[in-house]
Design a protein around this ligand. Structure first.
Ligand code: HEC
Length: 213
């Protein structure tokens, strides 16, 4: 595995977004308000233009204060990882055996000096290394230039609340956990092959483990 951190123009490491394009949740929230909802704020003050080049909002000034953006990000930051139960030792063994944990790293520690005391020095069972991996041509999106990420590179998707998902991978092309695994190319192709080589019972144990994460 040769994952790499998405180093942004300002030197920080990107961790949020499918290409780890954004370094912090305040920025991510401001960009989502603007890009997804058309709501501008001091960090992202430009209106989104429609296809004719017109902006849809003639109101002068920004729509939201930075305080609202930071409060929204603070809420998202504190959302708990969905509760997990029934994870089997057998499933975990198969997960390790297939090499999933090489990228979907079970746990990472937060910084000891993280500014929110309740979240400092804590283990977070993300099941991701938050690094970029080359996932091959079939998953490439033709978009480069998000930090250092190439068109074939994706941030290891955290495996959180998988039981609530109805579609998987960055564009939702996979309809099941099995299909998502089989579509791992590039650096992920070894794990996909190891999964394929397992007995049906071992595959089922692995998938059941991932579904409960
Ligand atoms: C080389 C690193 C790597 C390995 C090894 C790997 N994955 Fe992934 N995985 C990724 C990346 C990167 C993505 C995101 C790809 C995308 O969105 O197109 C991903 C996406 C997924 C998803 C979809 C999650 C979502 O939010 O849609 C699942 C499920 C998954 N992996 C499970 C597994 C399992 C199970 C294994 C072991 C059999 C495995 N992965 C091995 C890197 C890896």
């Amino acid at each position: 595995m040769s994952g790499r951190a998405n180093r942004l123009a300002d030197g920080r490491i990107g961790r949020f977004g499918v290409k780890a394009r954004v370094a912090d949740l305040d920025t991510f929230s401001a960009e989502a308000f603007q890009g997804d909802m058309g709501l501008t704020s001091p960090r992202v003050p430009s209106e989104v233009a429609n296809p004719d080049g017109l902006t849809d909002d003639l109101r002068p000034g920004v729509d939201l204060s930075d305080e609202v953006v930071r409060a929204t990000a603070g809420y998202v930051r504190r959302l708990a990882i969905p509760a997990r139960s029934g994870l089997s030792a057998e499933g975990r063994r198969r997960y390790e055996q297939a090499g999933c944990s090489g990228c979907h790293v079970p746990s990472m520690a937060t910084r000891a000096d993280f500014p929110v005391a309740a979240m400092a020095g804590r283990e977070a069972a993300l099941y991701s290394d938050l690094l970029l991996h080359d996932m091959g041509d079939a998953l490439a999106d033709g978009i480069a230039g998000e930090g250092i990420a190439t068109e074939r590179e994706w941030r290891t998707a955290p495996l959180l609340g998988m039981r609530f998902f109805r579609s998987f991978l960055h564009d939702g092309r996979a309809r099941s956990i099995e299909e998502a695994i089989r579509l791992h190319g590039g650096e992920g192709s070894g794990a996909a092959a190891a999964f394929e080589a397992m007995s049906p019972a071992d595959r089922a144990a692995l998938v059941d483990f991932v579904r409960r994460l």
